[in-house]
Design a protein around this ligand. Structure first.
Ligand SMILES: Cc1cc2nc3c(=O)[nH]c(=O)nc-3n(C[C@H](O)[C@H](O)[C@H](O)COP(=O)(O)O)c2cc1C
Length: 196
């Protein structure tokens, strides 16, 4: 599917946003054959690399697996059932791993915060480049630890599917309906708790 025919699910915002922020959304239908352009994948990872972090500690590691590889299959095998239904069609799966302690064994308090911000930047760069991204928390953490030999000083926090958006009609119900349902958010007034 070309970008020209990609479904548009732009957020309704009270004031205009950067188009890439308003237009980003998380599909479950990915094109099961389109490869991910290597330069675009590198750009997404560069965006993560250049995101800010507490004291520039950069407590993030990424397991990058292309569809068809052993690593890809190992990640799919550790997704929760409902994610396994759709995520195996993405061109790339990325496990985002937080480094929880420093070299002295001291807790890195902002590790997961920093990692999340890195994945946010990755998502925005990918969307800007015509790719789509869908983050997942539904996976077997211990299974991924075993599959990739991840010790206790690291924590697999999310798995991100990245690829070319596919046809919603390819999804089973109820995923198909969800793919086309309106995108919603809490009102700004509910989340800005002090606005002095
Ligand atoms: C940390 C995190 C975990 C998520 N886990 C899952 C998941 O396991 N399965 C899934 O289908 N979507 C998952 N999502 C996607 C969210 O449901 C989605 O981002 C949210 O509904 C907003 O939709 P939008 O990204 O299209 O705006 C997750 C998103 C994040 C950020």
């Amino acid at each position: 599917m070309s970008l020209a025919s990609a479904p548009v699910r732009t957020a309704e915002t009270s004031v205009p946003l950067l188009p890439v922020l308003a237009e980003r959304w998380s599909p479950r239908a990915f094109d099961p054959v389109a490869p991910v352009d290597e330069d675009k994948l590198t750009a997404a990872l560069e965006a993560a690399r250049w995101s800010p972090s507490a004291a520039n500690t950069q407590p993030w590691r990424f397991i990058v697996a292309r569809r068809g590889s052993e690593a890809f299959d190992a990640i799919v095998a550790n997704l929760m059932g409902f994610n396994q239904v759709w995520a195996g069609s993405a061109g790339v799966l990325i496990v985002a791993v937080a480094e929880l302690v420093d070299a002295e064994g001291k807790e890195r308090r902002w590790a997961t915060y920093d990692l999340g911000q890195a994945v946010a930047h990755l998502s925005i760069q990918a969307h800007h480049d015509g790719l789509h991204v869908h983050q997942m928390g539904g996976f077997d953490v211990d299974g991924l630890r075993r599959a990739f030999d991840i010790d206790e000083s690291f924590e697999p926090v999310s798995v991100t599917a990245l690829g070319t958006v596919g046809d919603a009609e390819s999804l089973p119900e109820p995923l198909r309906q969800r793919e086309q349902a309106p995108r919603t958010r809490l009102p700004l007034a509910d989340i800005v708790v002090v606005n002095d």
